[in-house]
Design a protein. Structure first.
Length: 81
């Protein structure tokens, strides 16, 4: 039996939560993310389509507030306060 309905509901709920988090951020700001992986990583922002390059563990990049919800889904990136 397919469990697609449950997955779809979980996905839409996580997107709604991410959207609420992004809305709380000032529209003119960016949020810093720290890379915790072992090798380099390039990731494209979901909204801006900007490439963010993390070259080494501990590398910090400023991420456009519109791309924050997608970045929060990447387990090897953590938001820096």
């Amino acid at each position: 039996m397919c469990n697609c309905g449950k997955k779809r509901k979980e996905y839409s709920q996580s997107n709604a939560l991410a959207s609420n988090n992004a809305a709380a951020v000032s529209k003119s700001s960016s949020i810093n993310f720290e890379y915790t992986g072992k090798t380099a990583l390039t990731i494209t922002g979901n909204i801006t389509r900007k490439n963010y390059r993390f070259n080494y563990r501990g590398h910090i990049q400023a991420v456009d507030y519109r791309d924050v919800p997608g970045m929060m889904e990447v387990p090897i990136l953590k938001k820096v306060k």
